[in-house]
Ligand binder design. Structure first.
Ligand code: CTP
Ligand code: MG
Length: 217
């Protein structure tokens, strides 16, 4: 079986405000509902686990009685590990998605699932527009050729047994699971994501999302 984990236990520090970005209402829907309902449409996903903080646990169990709601941790890494522990043990492929990426599409999710037929770890990624510099204080240390760089998105898909093992063996705090798998020496593949699958991180991203939804009507 295949399981999707939707991460929603973050505090939205960069976004600010009192409501975490994934629980803001937009067009009368919770922002997190956009990604949940897209995952619900995927035939090859048998189970959805939603990882939330204590404060939103009861709201989410009421809104989504058909899904498994569990508590996250202090970091994204802990939240994703909690999600993995809650998966049915018959899970073969697991997808981990940021609830803060509402515009994920069915095709992109299916492409991740299909790639896992041949590989143990896959992520969506896109080309970058800006030149990226490694810096220290106010000095630029290094600039890599832009053509060799990609911006990493989610969902990220994994062989379930392998990612559980990686989480148990490596307790470093990575910002996502593909970084964990890379540091565990797995061959990590990327497939083409989409600019519209951006992560709502700042207030400005929320304005972009609102505009996008207006135009998509
Ligand atoms: N996340 C989580 N548990 C955490 C931290 C993050 O489940 N302890 C989730 C967020 O809810 C989000 C996704 O991981 O959907 C990506 O994280 P990010 O965009 O960084 O969200 P936040 O951590 O909430 O935002 P910030 O870093 O600005 O505080
Ligand atoms: Mg964060």
């Amino acid at each position: 079986m295949n399981t999707a984990i939707i991460l929603a236990a973050g505090n939205s520090n960069r976004f600010g405000g009192s409501t975490p970005k994934q629980f803001i209402r937009i067009n009368n829907r919770l922002l997190i509902d956009f990604s949940i309902s897209t995952f619900e449409k995927i035939k090859n996903i048998n189970s959805i686990i939603i990882v939330v903080s204590k404060k939103y646990y009861s709201l989410m169990t009421k809104e989504y009685p058909e899904h498994t709601i569990i508590l996250g941790g202090e970091t994204r890494k802990e939240s994703s590990y909690n999600g993995l522990l809650a998966c049915d043990k018959n899970t073969k492929k697991v997808l981990i998605h940021d609830s803060a990426r509402p515009l994920i599409t069915k095709d992109l999710i299916n492409n991740c699932i299909d790639t896992l037929d041949n590989y143990s770890a896959v992520t969506l990624a896109i080309s970058i527009k800006d030149t990226i510099a490694k810096v220290n204080n106010s000095s630029i240390i290094k600039i890599d050729d832009r053509e060799t760089l990609r911006a990493i998105q989610t969902p990220q898909g994994f062989n379930y047994a392998k990612i559980i093992k990686a989480h148990i063996e490596d307790k470093k705090n990575y910002t996502d699971d593909i970084q964990l798998m890379l540091n565990s020496n797995y061959d990590c593949k990327f497939i083409e994501g989409n600019e519209i699958n951006f992560k709502v991180t700042t207030k400005n991203d929320f304005i972009l999302l609102t505009e996008y939804l207006k135009n998509a009507k």
